[in-house]
Design a binder for this molecule. Sequence first.
Ligand code: 4NP
Length: 150
Amino acid sequence: MVCLGNICRSPLAEGILRHKVQQKGLDWEVDSAGTSNWHQGEAPDARSIAIAQKYGIDISQLKARQFHKDDFKRFDRIYVMDSSNHQNVVKLAFSSEDRNKVDLLMNAVKANNQAVPDPYYGKEDDFELVYQMIDQACEAIIARLTEVKG
Ligand code: 4NP
C-alpha cells in the first residue's frame, strides 16, 4: 500500500487489509510505504489513527518508511492511492513484470482510475471518506484473490 507520505492513507490501508487478512486466516504479508521520505520513522497522522480506532483497528505502532525498488522483489501486488504515486512507483520498476504489479487501489472496486484523495490538508470527514473507500477496496481485493477458480 503506497501513498505520498505514508502517514495518512497507506498506513490506514495497511491496517485495514491486515485486519481483514487476519479475520480470513490468510497468510499474506501486508506492508505500506510512501513515495517520499518526508515522514520517515514517524507514526501515522493522529486523524488516521483515530479513524482506524473507531473501527477497531490499531495502527498507532506503524512507522513511516519510503518505498524502495527492492519492494518489487518482496511483493506480488503494489496498490497506490493516486496517479502521482503510480508514476513515482513505476519509475523505480526493474521490468514490465514489476510495472504490472502496480495498480491504483480503487481499481480493485471499479476500473476507472479513481484516486483515494489526499486528506492531509482535510478534516475528520475527509478521513472518514478515505477509510470507507479503502475498506471497500480491501474487501474487493480479498474477494478477488481468494475466489475459487473453476
Ligand atoms: P499521505 O498524506 O500521502 O496519505 O500520507 C500526506 C502526508 C503528508 C504530506 C502530504 C500528504 N505532506 O505534504 O507532508
